[in-house]
Design a protein around this ligand. Structure first.
Ligand code: GLN
Length: 496
Protein backbone atom coordinates (compact mmCIF):
# COMPACT_ATOMS: atom_id res chain seq x y z
CA UNK A 1 0.00 0.00 0.00
CA UNK A 2 1.48 3.37 -0.93
CA UNK A 3 1.88 6.20 1.55
CA UNK A 4 -0.54 9.09 1.13
CA UNK A 5 2.19 11.27 -0.37
CA UNK A 6 2.80 8.66 -3.06
CA UNK A 7 -0.71 8.77 -4.50
CA UNK A 8 -1.44 10.40 -7.82
CA UNK A 9 -3.78 13.37 -7.80
CA UNK A 10 -6.32 11.32 -9.74
CA UNK A 11 -6.35 8.58 -7.05
CA UNK A 12 -6.27 10.99 -4.14
CA UNK A 13 -9.16 13.07 -5.51
CA UNK A 14 -11.34 9.96 -5.81
CA UNK A 15 -10.46 8.75 -2.35
CA UNK A 16 -11.02 12.19 -0.84
CA UNK A 17 -14.46 12.21 -2.45
CA UNK A 18 -15.17 8.79 -0.93
CA UNK A 19 -13.94 10.16 2.44
CA UNK A 20 -11.31 7.45 2.81
CA UNK A 21 -9.14 10.18 4.25
CA UNK A 22 -9.50 13.90 4.72
CA UNK A 23 -7.82 16.86 3.07
CA UNK A 24 -6.20 17.63 6.41
CA UNK A 25 -4.71 14.12 6.59
CA UNK A 26 -3.45 14.37 3.01
CA UNK A 27 -1.94 17.80 3.66
CA UNK A 28 -0.34 16.61 6.91
CA UNK A 29 1.21 13.65 5.10
CA UNK A 30 2.89 16.06 2.70
CA UNK A 31 4.03 18.43 5.44
CA UNK A 32 5.56 15.42 7.24
CA UNK A 33 7.26 14.31 4.04
CA UNK A 34 8.65 17.83 3.62
CA UNK A 35 9.92 17.72 7.21
CA UNK A 36 11.63 14.39 6.45
CA UNK A 37 13.34 15.22 3.17
CA UNK A 38 13.43 18.93 2.44
CA UNK A 39 16.52 19.64 4.49
CA UNK A 40 18.32 17.59 1.86
CA UNK A 41 16.28 18.41 -1.25
CA UNK A 42 15.68 22.09 -0.48
CA UNK A 43 12.77 22.52 -2.87
CA UNK A 44 10.98 25.20 -0.83
CA UNK A 45 11.86 28.83 -0.24
CA UNK A 46 8.75 29.48 1.86
CA UNK A 47 6.43 26.99 3.55
CA UNK A 48 2.83 27.92 4.24
CA UNK A 49 1.94 25.03 6.53
CA UNK A 50 -0.58 26.89 8.69
CA UNK A 51 -2.46 28.32 5.75
CA UNK A 52 -2.41 24.91 4.05
CA UNK A 53 -3.94 23.15 7.05
CA UNK A 54 -6.51 25.90 7.50
CA UNK A 55 -7.51 25.66 3.82
CA UNK A 56 -7.64 21.86 4.06
CA UNK A 57 -9.93 22.09 7.10
CA UNK A 58 -12.20 24.39 5.15
CA UNK A 59 -12.38 21.89 2.27
CA UNK A 60 -13.21 19.08 4.72
CA UNK A 61 -15.89 21.20 6.35
CA UNK A 62 -17.47 22.03 3.01
CA UNK A 63 -17.32 18.41 1.90
CA UNK A 64 -19.07 17.37 5.11
CA UNK A 65 -21.78 19.89 4.31
CA UNK A 66 -22.23 18.34 0.88
CA UNK A 67 -21.10 21.48 -0.96
CA UNK A 68 -20.02 21.22 -4.60
CA UNK A 69 -16.22 21.18 -4.64
CA UNK A 70 -13.69 21.95 -7.35
CA UNK A 71 -11.69 19.31 -9.25
CA UNK A 72 -8.59 19.82 -7.06
CA UNK A 73 -10.41 20.03 -3.73
CA UNK A 74 -7.95 19.14 -0.98
CA UNK A 75 -4.98 18.46 -3.28
CA UNK A 76 -1.69 19.85 -1.89
CA UNK A 77 0.46 21.62 -4.48
CA UNK A 78 3.66 23.66 -4.64
CA UNK A 79 4.03 26.95 -6.50
CA UNK A 80 7.17 28.38 -8.09
CA UNK A 81 8.21 31.56 -6.34
CA UNK A 82 7.76 33.60 -9.51
CA UNK A 83 3.94 33.42 -9.29
CA UNK A 84 2.37 36.14 -7.15
CA UNK A 85 0.55 34.90 -4.06
CA UNK A 86 -1.50 37.35 -2.08
CA UNK A 87 -0.09 37.79 1.43
CA UNK A 88 2.71 35.26 0.87
CA UNK A 89 6.13 36.57 -0.09
CA UNK A 90 7.15 36.06 -3.70
CA UNK A 91 10.92 36.35 -4.04
CA UNK A 92 11.86 35.02 -7.51
CA UNK A 93 14.79 33.66 -5.45
CA UNK A 94 16.27 37.15 -5.64
CA UNK A 95 17.60 39.43 -2.91
CA UNK A 96 15.81 42.30 -4.59
CA UNK A 97 12.40 40.71 -3.87
CA UNK A 98 13.37 38.86 -0.69
CA UNK A 99 10.74 40.65 1.38
CA UNK A 100 8.18 41.37 -1.34
CA UNK A 101 4.64 40.37 -0.34
CA UNK A 102 2.22 40.74 -3.28
CA UNK A 103 -1.10 42.42 -2.55
CA UNK A 104 -2.81 40.25 -5.16
CA UNK A 105 -2.97 36.71 -6.54
CA UNK A 106 -1.83 35.71 -10.00
CA UNK A 107 -4.79 34.52 -12.10
CA UNK A 108 -3.38 30.99 -11.89
CA UNK A 109 -3.59 31.21 -8.08
CA UNK A 110 -7.14 32.58 -8.18
CA UNK A 111 -8.14 29.63 -10.37
CA UNK A 112 -6.34 27.09 -8.19
CA UNK A 113 -8.03 28.39 -5.08
CA UNK A 114 -11.41 28.20 -6.84
CA UNK A 115 -10.59 24.59 -7.79
CA UNK A 116 -9.97 23.83 -4.10
CA UNK A 117 -6.22 23.25 -4.33
CA UNK A 118 -4.10 23.61 -1.19
CA UNK A 119 -0.82 25.54 -1.46
CA UNK A 120 1.98 24.02 0.61
CA UNK A 121 4.52 26.71 -0.17
CA UNK A 122 6.66 28.51 -2.71
CA UNK A 123 9.48 26.74 -4.51
CA UNK A 124 13.07 27.63 -5.21
CA UNK A 125 14.22 28.68 -8.68
CA UNK A 126 17.04 30.28 -10.59
CA UNK A 127 16.89 34.00 -9.85
CA UNK A 128 14.17 35.54 -12.03
CA UNK A 129 13.97 32.16 -13.87
CA UNK A 130 17.36 32.68 -15.49
CA UNK A 131 19.20 29.38 -15.52
CA UNK A 132 19.01 25.64 -16.07
CA UNK A 133 20.10 24.23 -12.71
CA UNK A 134 18.48 26.24 -9.85
CA UNK A 135 22.02 27.14 -8.76
CA UNK A 136 21.35 30.79 -9.61
CA UNK A 137 18.99 31.09 -6.64
CA UNK A 138 20.23 33.85 -4.35
CA UNK A 139 19.35 31.65 -1.36
CA UNK A 140 20.57 28.06 -1.93
CA UNK A 141 20.61 25.47 -4.69
CA UNK A 142 17.94 22.78 -4.87
CA UNK A 143 19.12 19.16 -5.07
CA UNK A 144 17.95 16.39 -7.39
CA UNK A 145 16.10 13.73 -5.36
CA UNK A 146 17.58 11.03 -7.63
CA UNK A 147 21.12 12.04 -6.64
CA UNK A 148 21.53 14.78 -4.08
CA UNK A 149 24.93 15.76 -5.53
CA UNK A 150 23.27 16.66 -8.81
CA UNK A 151 21.14 19.56 -10.03
CA UNK A 152 17.38 19.17 -10.55
CA UNK A 153 17.57 21.33 -13.67
CA UNK A 154 16.07 24.77 -13.82
CA UNK A 155 14.86 27.27 -13.55
CA UNK A 156 11.81 25.55 -11.97
CA UNK A 157 14.03 23.10 -10.07
CA UNK A 158 12.18 23.52 -6.78
CA UNK A 159 8.80 22.72 -8.30
CA UNK A 160 10.27 19.69 -10.11
CA UNK A 161 12.10 18.30 -7.07
CA UNK A 162 9.10 18.82 -4.79
CA UNK A 163 6.98 16.55 -7.00
CA UNK A 164 9.76 14.02 -7.62
CA UNK A 165 10.46 13.70 -3.88
CA UNK A 166 6.80 13.32 -2.89
CA UNK A 167 6.70 16.69 -1.12
CA UNK A 168 3.77 17.85 -3.27
CA UNK A 169 1.28 15.99 -5.48
CA UNK A 170 1.82 18.45 -8.28
CA UNK A 171 3.28 21.88 -8.82
CA UNK A 172 3.47 24.80 -11.20
CA UNK A 173 6.49 26.39 -12.81
CA UNK A 174 7.22 28.80 -15.63
CA UNK A 175 8.92 28.04 -18.94
CA UNK A 176 10.65 30.73 -20.98
CA UNK A 177 13.17 28.52 -22.76
CA UNK A 178 12.69 25.13 -21.13
CA UNK A 179 12.38 25.83 -17.41
CA UNK A 180 9.48 23.43 -16.93
CA UNK A 181 10.42 20.65 -19.38
CA UNK A 182 14.16 20.43 -18.64
CA UNK A 183 13.83 20.05 -14.83
CA UNK A 184 10.94 17.68 -15.53
CA UNK A 185 13.29 15.50 -17.57
CA UNK A 186 16.04 15.58 -14.95
CA UNK A 187 13.71 14.63 -12.08
CA UNK A 188 11.46 12.02 -13.76
CA UNK A 189 8.31 14.15 -13.67
CA UNK A 190 5.69 14.98 -16.30
CA UNK A 191 6.24 18.64 -17.13
CA UNK A 192 4.18 20.67 -19.57
CA UNK A 193 4.73 24.01 -21.25
CA UNK A 194 1.41 25.16 -22.67
CA UNK A 195 0.95 27.05 -25.92
CA UNK A 196 1.81 30.74 -25.52
CA UNK A 197 -1.44 32.41 -24.42
CA UNK A 198 -3.12 29.21 -23.18
CA UNK A 199 -2.53 30.12 -19.51
CA UNK A 200 -2.77 33.65 -18.14
CA UNK A 201 0.50 35.38 -17.28
CA UNK A 202 -1.23 37.89 -15.00
CA UNK A 203 0.72 37.84 -11.76
CA UNK A 204 3.63 35.89 -13.21
CA UNK A 205 6.72 38.01 -12.57
CA UNK A 206 7.94 38.80 -16.08
CA UNK A 207 11.26 37.52 -17.43
CA UNK A 208 10.74 37.57 -21.22
CA UNK A 209 7.10 38.37 -21.83
CA UNK A 210 6.83 37.00 -25.37
CA UNK A 211 8.18 33.61 -24.23
CA UNK A 212 6.99 33.06 -20.63
CA UNK A 213 4.26 30.51 -19.89
CA UNK A 214 3.08 28.91 -16.64
CA UNK A 215 2.59 25.14 -16.64
CA UNK A 216 2.28 22.08 -14.39
CA UNK A 217 4.51 19.31 -13.04
CA UNK A 218 2.94 15.98 -12.06
CA UNK A 219 3.70 12.29 -11.68
CA UNK A 220 1.38 11.17 -14.48
CA UNK A 221 0.04 12.53 -17.75
CA UNK A 222 -3.47 12.27 -16.35
CA UNK A 223 -2.58 14.41 -13.34
CA UNK A 224 -0.87 16.85 -15.67
CA UNK A 225 -4.06 17.09 -17.74
CA UNK A 226 -6.06 17.87 -14.60
CA UNK A 227 -3.60 20.56 -13.50
CA UNK A 228 -3.55 22.18 -16.94
CA UNK A 229 -7.34 22.24 -17.20
CA UNK A 230 -7.61 23.94 -13.81
CA UNK A 231 -5.64 27.00 -14.89
CA UNK A 232 -6.04 27.28 -18.69
CA UNK A 233 -8.30 29.73 -20.50
CA UNK A 234 -8.88 33.32 -21.43
CA UNK A 235 -8.20 35.99 -18.85
CA UNK A 236 -9.23 39.60 -19.43
CA UNK A 237 -6.27 40.63 -17.25
CA UNK A 238 -3.77 39.23 -19.77
CA UNK A 239 -4.15 40.69 -23.25
CA UNK A 240 -2.00 37.89 -24.70
CA UNK A 241 -4.21 35.11 -23.34
CA UNK A 242 -6.15 33.26 -26.04
CA UNK A 243 -9.90 33.48 -26.58
CA UNK A 244 -10.14 29.73 -27.13
CA UNK A 245 -12.33 27.24 -25.29
CA UNK A 246 -10.53 24.88 -22.92
CA UNK A 247 -11.09 21.24 -23.86
CA UNK A 248 -11.55 18.53 -21.23
CA UNK A 249 -7.92 17.39 -21.23
CA UNK A 250 -8.66 14.35 -19.07
CA UNK A 251 -11.48 13.15 -21.32
CA UNK A 252 -9.09 13.45 -24.27
CA UNK A 253 -6.87 10.67 -22.85
CA UNK A 254 -8.40 7.94 -25.00
CA UNK A 255 -5.23 5.79 -25.28
CA UNK A 256 -5.87 5.60 -29.04
CA UNK A 257 -2.73 6.32 -31.07
CA UNK A 258 -3.79 4.59 -34.26
CA UNK A 259 -2.76 6.66 -37.26
CA UNK A 260 -0.98 9.23 -35.09
CA UNK A 261 1.91 10.70 -37.07
CA UNK A 262 5.08 11.11 -35.00
CA UNK A 263 8.09 12.99 -36.38
CA UNK A 264 11.68 12.62 -35.30
CA UNK A 265 13.60 15.77 -36.33
CA UNK A 266 16.56 14.95 -38.56
CA UNK A 267 18.69 17.78 -37.14
CA UNK A 268 18.31 16.75 -33.49
CA UNK A 269 19.99 13.36 -33.78
CA UNK A 270 23.47 12.87 -32.46
CA UNK A 271 25.09 16.16 -31.63
CA UNK A 272 25.64 16.58 -27.93
CA UNK A 273 23.11 13.91 -26.99
CA UNK A 274 24.49 11.38 -24.51
CA UNK A 275 24.25 7.81 -25.81
CA UNK A 276 22.26 6.78 -22.72
CA UNK A 277 19.71 9.51 -23.46
CA UNK A 278 19.51 8.64 -27.17
CA UNK A 279 18.92 4.98 -26.33
CA UNK A 280 15.85 5.90 -24.24
CA UNK A 281 14.48 8.12 -27.01
CA UNK A 282 14.95 5.35 -29.59
CA UNK A 283 13.13 2.98 -27.27
CA UNK A 284 10.30 5.48 -26.78
CA UNK A 285 9.99 5.86 -30.55
CA UNK A 286 9.64 2.10 -30.87
CA UNK A 287 7.04 2.01 -28.10
CA UNK A 288 4.92 4.63 -29.87
CA UNK A 289 5.20 2.63 -33.09
CA UNK A 290 3.97 -0.47 -31.29
CA UNK A 291 1.03 1.57 -29.98
CA UNK A 292 -0.07 2.23 -33.54
CA UNK A 293 1.73 5.47 -34.41
CA UNK A 294 3.39 6.04 -37.76
CA UNK A 295 6.91 7.35 -37.24
CA UNK A 296 8.64 9.54 -39.83
CA UNK A 297 11.42 12.08 -40.10
CA UNK A 298 10.87 15.84 -40.24
CA UNK A 299 13.28 18.68 -40.85
CA UNK A 300 13.69 21.69 -38.57
CA UNK A 301 16.64 23.36 -40.32
CA UNK A 302 16.61 26.61 -38.37
CA UNK A 303 16.34 25.23 -34.86
CA UNK A 304 20.16 25.16 -34.67
CA UNK A 305 19.97 28.94 -34.43
CA UNK A 306 17.44 28.76 -31.60
CA UNK A 307 19.86 29.16 -28.70
CA UNK A 308 21.57 32.14 -30.36
CA UNK A 309 18.29 33.89 -31.16
CA UNK A 310 16.92 33.16 -27.69
CA UNK A 311 19.96 34.66 -25.97
CA UNK A 312 19.31 37.93 -27.79
CA UNK A 313 15.51 38.04 -27.46
CA UNK A 314 15.14 36.82 -23.86
CA UNK A 315 17.81 39.13 -22.38
CA UNK A 316 16.44 42.05 -24.45
CA UNK A 317 12.99 41.59 -22.96
CA UNK A 318 14.47 40.91 -19.52
CA UNK A 319 16.45 44.13 -19.57
CA UNK A 320 13.22 46.05 -20.12
CA UNK A 321 11.16 44.02 -17.63
CA UNK A 322 13.74 44.23 -14.86
CA UNK A 323 14.07 48.01 -15.16
CA UNK A 324 11.17 48.24 -12.69
CA UNK A 325 13.35 47.11 -9.75
CA UNK A 326 14.65 50.49 -8.78
CA UNK A 327 14.19 50.38 -5.01
CA UNK A 328 11.52 53.09 -5.17
CA UNK A 329 8.15 51.35 -5.31
CA UNK A 330 8.81 47.95 -3.76
CA UNK A 331 11.52 45.42 -3.08
CA UNK A 332 15.01 46.04 -1.77
CA UNK A 333 15.99 49.67 -1.35
CA UNK A 334 19.61 50.58 -0.64
CA UNK A 335 19.96 54.14 0.63
CA UNK A 336 22.81 55.79 -1.21
CA UNK A 337 23.35 59.49 -1.51
CA UNK A 338 24.75 59.46 -5.01
CA UNK A 339 22.76 56.80 -6.84
CA UNK A 340 20.26 54.76 -4.83
CA UNK A 341 18.94 53.02 -7.95
CA UNK A 342 22.37 51.75 -8.98
CA UNK A 343 23.20 50.79 -5.39
CA UNK A 344 19.94 48.86 -5.04
CA UNK A 345 20.41 47.00 -8.30
CA UNK A 346 24.08 46.27 -7.59
CA UNK A 347 23.20 44.72 -4.24
CA UNK A 348 19.90 43.13 -5.26
CA UNK A 349 20.69 41.24 -8.47
CA UNK A 350 22.95 38.20 -8.79
CA UNK A 351 25.65 37.69 -11.42
CA UNK A 352 23.52 35.90 -14.03
CA UNK A 353 20.76 38.50 -13.86
CA UNK A 354 23.30 41.28 -14.32
CA UNK A 355 24.82 39.41 -17.27
CA UNK A 356 21.38 39.16 -18.93
CA UNK A 357 20.60 42.83 -18.33
CA UNK A 358 23.89 43.83 -19.93
CA UNK A 359 23.40 41.48 -22.90
CA UNK A 360 19.88 42.74 -23.43
CA UNK A 361 20.69 46.41 -23.08
CA UNK A 362 23.54 45.99 -25.55
CA UNK A 363 21.38 44.15 -28.09
CA UNK A 364 18.73 46.87 -27.94
CA UNK A 365 21.04 49.87 -28.08
CA UNK A 366 21.00 52.09 -31.13
CA UNK A 367 23.35 50.82 -33.80
CA UNK A 368 23.05 47.22 -32.58
CA UNK A 369 19.27 46.88 -32.61
CA UNK A 370 19.11 45.95 -36.32
CA UNK A 371 22.19 43.75 -36.19
CA UNK A 372 21.09 41.72 -33.17
CA UNK A 373 17.53 42.15 -31.95
CA UNK A 374 15.80 42.53 -35.31
CA UNK A 375 17.85 39.71 -36.81
CA UNK A 376 17.02 37.41 -33.90
CA UNK A 377 13.33 38.15 -34.40
CA UNK A 378 13.67 37.19 -38.08
CA UNK A 379 15.32 33.91 -37.08
CA UNK A 380 12.44 33.39 -34.70
CA UNK A 381 10.00 33.63 -37.63
CA UNK A 382 12.04 31.06 -39.59
CA UNK A 383 11.93 28.68 -36.63
CA UNK A 384 8.18 29.11 -36.36
CA UNK A 385 7.86 28.34 -40.09
CA UNK A 386 9.92 25.15 -39.63
CA UNK A 387 7.35 23.96 -37.10
CA UNK A 388 4.43 25.02 -39.33
CA UNK A 389 5.84 22.85 -42.12
CA UNK A 390 6.48 19.91 -39.80
CA UNK A 391 3.01 20.05 -38.27
CA UNK A 392 1.42 20.07 -41.73
CA UNK A 393 2.58 16.44 -42.03
CA UNK A 394 2.83 15.28 -38.41
CA UNK A 395 0.81 15.45 -35.18
CA UNK A 396 3.69 15.45 -32.70
CA UNK A 397 7.46 15.78 -32.71
CA UNK A 398 9.51 13.50 -30.47
CA UNK A 399 12.99 14.42 -29.22
CA UNK A 400 15.12 14.29 -26.11
CA UNK A 401 14.11 17.02 -23.64
CA UNK A 402 17.69 17.57 -22.52
CA UNK A 403 20.85 16.31 -24.24
CA UNK A 404 22.18 15.01 -20.91
CA UNK A 405 20.98 13.56 -17.65
CA UNK A 406 21.29 15.62 -14.45
CA UNK A 407 24.82 16.97 -14.00
CA UNK A 408 26.75 17.52 -10.78
CA UNK A 409 26.15 20.66 -8.77
CA UNK A 410 28.83 23.17 -9.74
CA UNK A 411 29.75 21.40 -12.98
CA UNK A 412 28.57 24.20 -15.28
CA UNK A 413 28.38 27.27 -13.05
CA UNK A 414 31.69 28.65 -14.33
CA UNK A 415 30.69 28.30 -17.98
CA UNK A 416 27.47 30.16 -18.86
CA UNK A 417 27.56 28.96 -22.46
CA UNK A 418 27.66 25.29 -21.41
CA UNK A 419 24.68 26.05 -19.16
CA UNK A 420 22.78 27.72 -22.02
CA UNK A 421 23.24 24.66 -24.24
CA UNK A 422 21.05 22.59 -21.90
CA UNK A 423 18.06 24.14 -23.60
CA UNK A 424 18.85 23.46 -27.24
CA UNK A 425 15.82 21.14 -27.61
CA UNK A 426 13.39 23.17 -25.51
CA UNK A 427 14.04 26.76 -26.64
CA UNK A 428 12.58 26.44 -30.18
CA UNK A 429 9.09 25.72 -28.79
CA UNK A 430 9.10 28.99 -26.83
CA UNK A 431 10.29 30.95 -29.85
CA UNK A 432 7.46 29.42 -31.92
CA UNK A 433 4.84 29.67 -29.14
CA UNK A 434 3.89 25.98 -29.42
CA UNK A 435 3.29 23.45 -26.63
CA UNK A 436 5.49 20.66 -25.32
CA UNK A 437 5.62 18.10 -22.56
CA UNK A 438 8.52 16.14 -21.09
CA UNK A 439 7.72 12.61 -19.93
CA UNK A 440 9.77 10.00 -18.07
CA UNK A 441 11.33 7.75 -20.74
CA UNK A 442 13.82 5.60 -18.88
CA UNK A 443 17.07 5.82 -16.98
CA UNK A 444 20.71 6.16 -17.88
CA UNK A 445 23.09 5.05 -15.15
CA UNK A 446 20.34 5.40 -12.59
CA UNK A 447 19.39 8.93 -13.62
CA UNK A 448 16.08 9.85 -15.28
CA UNK A 449 15.80 10.59 -19.00
CA UNK A 450 12.96 12.71 -20.38
CA UNK A 451 11.38 12.51 -23.82
CA UNK A 452 9.90 15.70 -25.22
CA UNK A 453 6.65 15.63 -27.19
CA UNK A 454 6.04 18.87 -29.06
CA UNK A 455 2.62 19.73 -30.46
CA UNK A 456 1.30 22.58 -32.59
CA UNK A 457 -0.43 25.64 -31.14
CA UNK A 458 -3.22 24.39 -28.82
CA UNK A 459 -2.09 20.80 -29.32
CA UNK A 460 -2.06 20.08 -25.56
CA UNK A 461 -4.82 17.46 -25.74
CA UNK A 462 -2.85 15.54 -28.38
CA UNK A 463 0.54 15.54 -26.64
CA UNK A 464 -1.13 14.57 -23.35
CA UNK A 465 -2.96 11.72 -25.09
CA UNK A 466 0.36 10.42 -26.42
CA UNK A 467 1.99 10.83 -23.00
CA UNK A 468 -0.86 8.98 -21.31
CA UNK A 469 -0.86 6.15 -23.87
CA UNK A 470 2.88 5.79 -23.35
CA UNK A 471 2.42 5.63 -19.59
CA UNK A 472 -0.20 2.88 -19.89
CA UNK A 473 2.53 0.56 -21.22
CA UNK A 474 5.59 1.84 -19.33
CA UNK A 475 6.30 2.27 -15.63
CA UNK A 476 9.16 4.80 -15.56
CA UNK A 477 6.88 7.53 -14.21
CA UNK A 478 5.86 5.36 -11.26
CA UNK A 479 9.40 4.91 -9.91
CA UNK A 480 10.63 6.72 -6.82
CA UNK A 481 14.03 8.08 -5.93
CA UNK A 482 15.53 6.53 -2.81
CA UNK A 483 15.77 9.29 -0.24
CA UNK A 484 16.62 6.84 2.50
CA UNK A 485 13.52 7.40 4.62
CA UNK A 486 12.03 4.28 6.14
CA UNK A 487 8.30 4.01 5.57
CA UNK A 488 6.20 4.56 8.67
CA UNK A 489 4.91 1.39 10.27
CA UNK A 490 1.27 2.23 9.87
CA UNK A 491 0.36 4.71 7.18
CA UNK A 492 -2.77 6.76 7.04
CA UNK A 493 -3.39 5.24 3.61
CA UNK A 494 -3.86 1.83 5.16
CA UNK A 495 -6.55 3.01 7.48
CA UNK A 496 -8.79 3.82 4.49
N1 GLN B 1 17.57 28.14 -19.14
C1 GLN B 1 16.96 29.17 -19.93
C2 GLN B 1 17.45 30.51 -19.46
O1 GLN B 1 18.30 30.53 -18.64
C3 GLN B 1 15.47 29.08 -19.83
C4 GLN B 1 14.95 29.61 -18.55
C5 GLN B 1 13.47 29.58 -18.48
O2 GLN B 1 12.80 28.86 -19.21
N2 GLN B 1 12.92 30.40 -17.58
O3 GLN B 1 17.01 31.52 -19.87
Amino acid sequence: MPELWQLTITDAAERLARREFSAVELTRAHLERIAQVDQRVRAFVTLTADEALRDAEEIDRRRAQGAALGPLAGVPLAIKDVICTRGVRTTCSSRILERFVPPYDATVMTRLRAAGAIMLGKTNMDEFAMGSSTENSAFFPTHNPWDLDRVPGGSSGGSASAVAAGEAMGSYGSDTGGSIRQPGALTNTVALKPTYGRVSRYGLVAFASSLDQIGPFARSARDCALLLGAVAGYDPLDSTSMHEPVPDYVAALTSDLNGLRVAVPREYAGEGVEPGVQACIDQATETLRQLGAEVGVCSLPHTRYGVAAYYIIAPAEASANLARYDGVKYGLSVPDQDDPVAATRAAGFGAEVKRRIMLGTYALSSGYYDAYYLRAEKVRTLIKQDFDHAFADFDVILSPTSPTVAFKLGAKTADPYAMYLNDVFTIPANLAGICGVSIPAGFSEGLPVGAQLLGPSLGEATILRVADAFQRVTDYHTRWPNLGVKPKRRSAARRG
